[in-house]
Design a protein around this ligand. Structure first.
Ligand code: 1GP
Length: 247
């Protein structure tokens, strides 16, 4: 079995940038998955993340089963809830929402998840999850009943990320929220990257190749894009394999 975390670390060591396409089970009909995944396969994407904030029980399982039929890429659960755990995926980001102070999302749901996780062989990757304000209320904020961190207080964001690393988290995820008006700023990404020795994931509101490049150049190791592909699959054309990505 491949070790997804080790592969991420190896890519970071080689400065190879990673791209995860986020599939939100709420937004995809199963019959459209084959066509969508064939575009993912032809693109520079290195991972498929599956998850959402408001997914009905059982849907993730069927969706991941279908995705796995059409790709060799690692499928990583990015769960909004325990009902999104399925053994059909390869790995799971065990997310702790360290920007917030809601105990359910810091440790509570994790304890509840263990009886489900025991039934799987998923690679579990402890991940610090930091929600940063983007000008409008996002679903994560509503569902978790937590406040995002203000983007102006960069030091607090950096300190939060560092505390997560020192607690043993293996990945750090800076999240602007799905469909964010603006992605996380360069200044925040580069300040966090400077302090961390674990791989850095950035997502939320990235809609263009320029924004993607800017996010990489600021220090993101893995970028997550969902909405832009959902809204316009022709975006994959700009991100085809074997094209020069970076300016
Ligand atoms: C959301 O970071 C991801 O959790 C992706 O956001 O849908 O805005 O690309 P977008």
């Amino acid at each position: 079995m491949t070790n997804i975390y080790k592969n991420i670390q190896a890519s970071v060591d080689h400065n190879d940038k990673l791209l995860a396409v986020l599939v939100d089970p709420d937004s995809f009909a199963i019959e459209n998955i084959a066509g969508f995944i064939s575009k993912v396969n032809a693109s520079i994407a290195t991972h498929i993340f599956v998850g959402g904030s408001t997914v009905k029980a059982g849907v993730t399982h069927s969706l991941v089963t279908e995705i796995k039929k059409h790709t060799q890429l690692p499928v990583v659960l990015f769960p909004g809830d325990i009902t999104q755990i399925t053994k059909k995926a390869d790995a799971l980001l065990f997310l702790s929402l360290i920007s917030g102070r809601n105990p359910d999302y810091l440790i509570g749901k994790h304890v509840e998840a263990i009886s489900e996780l025991r039934k799987t062989n998923l690679e579990i990757i402890p991940t610090g999850y930091i929600l940063i304000e983007n000008g409008k209320t996002c679903t994560v904020q509503t569902v978790t009943q937590t406040e995002p961190m203000p983007r102006s207080n960069i030091q607090k964001i950096v300190d939060t990320a560092k505390a997560g690393e020192l607690l043993g988290m293996k990945l750090m995820y800076l999240e602007a929220g799905s469909g964010a008006l603006e992605p996380i700023t360069k200044d925040i990404i580069s300040a966090v990257k400077k302090e961390l020795s674990i791989p850095l994931i950035v997502g939320g509101g990235i809609k263009t190749k320029n924004q993607l490049n800017e996010t990489y150049n600021s220090g993101a190791d893995l970028v997550v894009i969902g909405t832009a592909f959902e809204k316009d699959e022709s975006f994959f054309e700009q991100l085809k394999k074997n094209q020069e990505l970076r300016r």
